[in-house]
Write a protein of this length. Structure first.
Length: 309
């Protein structure tokens, strides 16, 4: 399958990027897929993480919080992570730290420009197009798949096209404000390792400033439009009743069972509008191999997954 004329769901203050071929071919991916990884390799229960998390009701830093990288690019955090040293991270899209629009015919994380590691990221609530909203915490960019792929000389076309993931280390003084549950839906209860079937339900939470703070517009329900073998499992194509828009970039999607499926990366042009998300197990496996962060794991939610809200 090949798609053209896509917008990368960039931050509100940057224009959406036009372009890209979603390449299904290329060399075979070397990342785990369909059973070659294990849940234990990727996830950690909240009560086994060594942290006393804020309650879901009181936490101000969670998946779904707005992120602003260097004060310019607003995106949405996806999942919470910890490492062997006890540091806490939130995930966002690598392109949230991008510094240009790249090659319009083929945006490619292996050649795209990015802010360096160490770039400041703030966490905000209630941001609007002309205001960042309430400041609730800070962090720094410590891993970017784009930077890692360039450093590694990555050649796999699917990896370059779809590996759009970054980690923001939460400042120690703000860790007590964190809860790992996805707002509204709860979970994640695990990580998806087998992909999706055509028509499978998916559940997302986008928090673009372009939604003008209307909380009811943040939860999203969609359907998978392709099976999990597209692009060697690196991406999932979805149709969503309220598609992701600029500022939703990086936001989490859960599968029909509440497992972490992926992170929002691109928005297709046409009818129906198609969102494309990077596969979380692939992106996390790459980060584990190339971030230099020991024991990075996705933290499961403290709240149960409920698809019937």
């Amino acid at each position: 399958m090949q798609r053209s004329s896509l917008y990368r769901a960039l931050a509100v203050t940057a224009t959406a990027v036009v372009g890209a071929h979603l390449i299904a071919g290329g060399t075979a991916s070397t990342q785990p897929w369909a059973g070659s990884g294990s849940a234990e390799q990727f996830t950690l229960a909240a009560d086994k993480s060594g942290h006393r998390w804020a309650s879901a009701a009181s936490a101000t830093i969670t998946p779904g919080v707005q992120t602003n990288t260097q004060g310019a690019r607003q995106c949405t955090a996806n999942y919470t992570f910890v490492d062997d040293a006890g540091n806490v991270y939130l995930g966002q899209a690598a392109h949230c730290a991008g510094t240009g629009i790249g090659n319009l015919s083929d945006p490619d994380g292996c050649t795209a420009d990015s802010l360096p590691l160490g770039a400041e990221v703030t966490f905000n609530r209630g941001g609007l197009p002309m205001s960042p909203g309430e400041f609730v915490g800070t962090g720094h960019l410590v891993y970017s798949s784009w930077l890692a792929m360039r450093q590694n000389g990555e050649q796999d076309r699917n990896t370059c096209a779809y590996n759009d993931f970054a980690l923001v280390k939460v400042a120690p003084e703000d860790v007590g404000k964190v809860n790992p549950s996805v707002p509204y839906w709860g979970g994640p209860v695990g990580i998806n390792l087998t992909g999706t079937g055509i028509g499978d339900r998916v559940y997302g939470y986008g928090n673009s400033a372009l939604r003008f703070g209307i909380a009811e517009l943040c939860p999203r329900i969609g359907q998978s439009k392709a099976n999990g073998l597209v692009a060697a499992g690196w991406t999932h194509a979805l149709t969503v009743a309220m598609p992701g828009i600029p500022g939703d970039s990086g936001s989490a999607f859960l599968d029909r069972n509440g497992y972490a499926l992926g992170t929002l990366s691109t928005l297709g042009i046409g009818l129906p509008i198609v969102n494309n998300i990077g596969d979380m197990s692939h992106e996390l496996a790459y980060a584990q191999a190339h971030s230099g962060i020991s024991g990075i794991s996705l933290v499961l939610g403290t709240e149960p997954f409920d698809p019937n809200r």
